[in-house]
Design a protein around this ligand. Structure first.
Ligand code: MN
Ligand code: MN
Length: 465
């Protein structure tokens, strides 16, 4: 009697795997395998956008600039400086009935090279770095790092760098002190254990063969770079080179139920939304997929979500539909719905004290929605309206997708943000909606294959609504 009533009244937060049959499991693992394959060739924002363009081209999408006019069913994209991308399918409904937007980011925490990175000290050559995004610095020492990015010469020639991914490539690393001599370091607070200025990458040790010349190791490195890429030291000042873990994405656990990989924040949501969009043909409301850059450092700059580039893309759609008029862009945003597809902090039983168990996102319990983010009394949060949360719940429930509504950590323990507030400020209804992650922002992050699948299903269902 009581048990029956409980079944009826309680919000059951079951483990998603419990109801998965063999056929479904195969599908879940298949989506994750494709995701892992994609991650291995898309570790940076530029690489992600490049792969996304490839996928879009294969699926009948075209650059919006190739269109004079647009009509329902047209599939378009716009690439912003190789680092962010917007895709859309024009809907059957009038565009002023609003867009259905899913927005993630494709940048991840990492180490960037400084503009003048190269130096030599006691026979060893180094690149100096400046970290990007919120990292625990000690996690980035003594792991294999690969080098990804571009060097642009004054004549416009762009050299793409990708070293450390191929088995035959060398890798790079940042050294740490041996425990025998680390007494003083070990007394320091964890956050001060490794100094930002000590995140220097070891890149070589063979001196140039000429007794008379100074800085022989640096010279030898520059000679290698010159022979391989035709660059000199000053060319590094116009480069964007990122150091990311060389690890490949792998299945995790005896049961292979999880994914361990670098950059899952937020490429897990970026990939699943992109994959879902590739499977759509016609949609009622115009479907928009945002792959943004610079989220990890506050969404600033012309490739970040705070820029007007997205407004430009939507205005271009309005122009090419032949419907644009004053204030229509504002109207379109005011009637739009958005899933801010960014990852959630997964509940970690080892560090249970930072979370409220009743309001945390758990691995394996489905897509995780954050009604609000922010910190210290929801400060800085875009708090989704109850009406909109109910609308999203309805989409999830009728499509039989498992979801959990959570918040990031205990009250006053910390906090975070996403791009949600930016679109909310334009007038759209927005809720954060993504995959729970363990070890977020670490060189190797963990997600559940069940949740990855749930994300993919969620994004597809949202656009099909
Ligand atoms: Mn994120
Ligand atoms: Mn992040």
């Amino acid at each position: 009697m009581g048990e029956e009533l409980k079944q009826k009244l309680f919000n059951k937060k079951e483990d998603g795997w419990e109801k998965v049959d063999d056929k479904q499991k195969e599908e879940i693992f298949d989506v994750s395998q494709k995701y892992m394959n994609f991650l291995n060739v898309a570790k940076t924002e530029r690489e992600f956008v490049k792969q996304a363009k490839k996928l879009a081209d294969e699926n009948g999408y075209k650059d919006i600039m190739e269109y004079e006019t647009l009509k329902p069913g047209d599939k378009i994209y716009f690439i912003n400086r190789e680092k962010s991308m917007y895709l859309a399918i024009i809907g059957e409904r009038a565009i002023d009935e609003g867009l259905h937007i899913i927005g993630s980011h494709v940048d991840s925490p990492r180490l960037d090279l400084k503009p003048n990175p190269l130096y030599e000290d006691t026979g060893l050559a180094y690149f100096k770095t400046h970290y990007y995004g919120g990292i625990k610095k000690y996690q980035w020492t003594t792991i294999p790092l690969s080098m990804h990015g571009v060097i642009v010469k004054t004549n416009g020639e762009k050299i793409e760098i990708n070293i450390g991914e191929d088995e035959n490539d060398p890798i790079f690393t940042i050294t740490d002190l041996l425990p025998h001599l680390a007494q003083e370091q070990m007394e320091k607070k964890l956050k001060n254990g490794i100094d930002g200025e000590d995140l220097n990458l070891l890149i070589g040790s063979i001196p140039y063969n000429d007794k008379k010349v100074s800085e022989k190791v640096k010279l030898n490195i520059l000679n290698i770079l010159n022979q391989k890429y035709g660059i000199t030291e000053v060319d590094l000042t116009s480069s964007e080179i990122e150091l990311v873990p060389s690890f490949r994405a792998r299945s995790l656990g005896f049961d292979s139920s999880m994914v361990a990989a670098y950059g899952q924040d937020d490429k897990v949501c970026a990939y699943t939304s992109l994959a879902a969009m590739m499977e759509l043909d016609s949609v009622k409301n115009t479907a928009v997929c945002i792959l943004s850059d610079k989220e990890e450092i506050g969404s600033m700059g012309n490739t970040g979500m705070e820029s007007h580039m997205f407004d430009f893309f939507i205005s271009e759609i309005l122009n090419k539909l032949g419907v644009n008029k004053p204030n229509l862009l504002d109207k379109v945003f005011c009637f739009s719905k958005m899933l801010s597809s960014d990852v959630d902090a997964g509940f970690d039983p080892i560090y249970a004290s930072v979370s409220d168990k009743h309001n945390a996102g758990f691995l394996g319990k489905g897509i995780s929605l954050n009604k609000y983010t922010g910190a210290r009394g929801k400060s800085g949060a875009s708090d989704a309206n109850a009406e909109y949360v109910a609308w999203v719940r309805n989409v999830l429930e009728k499509n039989d997708i498992k979801y959990q509504i959570a918040e990031l950590g205990k009250v006053d323990v910390g906090g975070g943000g996403t791009i949600a507030y930016i679109l909310a400020n334009k007038g759209a209804d927005v809720i954060d909606c993504g995959v729970p992650v363990l070890s977020m922002h670490a060189p190797y992050e963990v997600t559940s294959k069940y949740d990855i699948y749930a994300a993919y299903k969620t994004y597809k269902a949202f656009w099909q609504e």
